[in-house]
Design a protein around this ligand. Sequence first.
Ligand code: THU
Length: 137
Amino acid sequence: MEKKYQLALDAMQNAYAVYSGFRVGACLVLKNGEYIIGANVENASYGLCNCAERSALFAAYSKGYRKDDIIELVVATDTVTPSSPCGACRQVICELMNQEALVTLINPKLINTYSIKVSELLPYQFTGDCLNDENKL
Ligand code: THU
C-alpha cells in the first residue's frame, strides 16, 4: 500500500472519537517528501470537535508550511463509500491548499477511492478577496 494511504489509515486509529465513534484520519503529502497527519479530536462540548482534515492542515501550517508546499490531502474513513470533507473543512481547505491540489478519499480496503481537485470540492468560494476594499459597493 502507498505510504500516504497507510499513514492516513494509521492516523484514523489515533482519532479521539469518544462521542460519535466515527474515526477520521488525514495525511498531507508535501512537496519535500514529508507527510503530516491529523485525526478528528472530539470534545464533550460537541461544537468544539476538530475534524481530521483541519487537524492535519493546522499541524502543517504550525510547522511553517504553506499552500505551495502541499500536493495532496488523503482522508481515511472506515466506510464503504469514503467520506468527503464537511463544509467547514472545505472552507479551510480552499484557503490553505492550492486550487489544483488533490483531495483523495479512501477506506481500509482501498475500494471506492476518489480524488478531486480543491477547486471542484468547493465552487463559489468565500475567500479573502471577498473582504477587499475594492470589492465593496
Ligand atoms: N469529521 C471529520 O473528521 N472530518 C469530516 O470531514 C467530517 C466529520 C469528524 C468530526 C466528528 O468527530 C466525527 O467525524 C463525526 O462527525
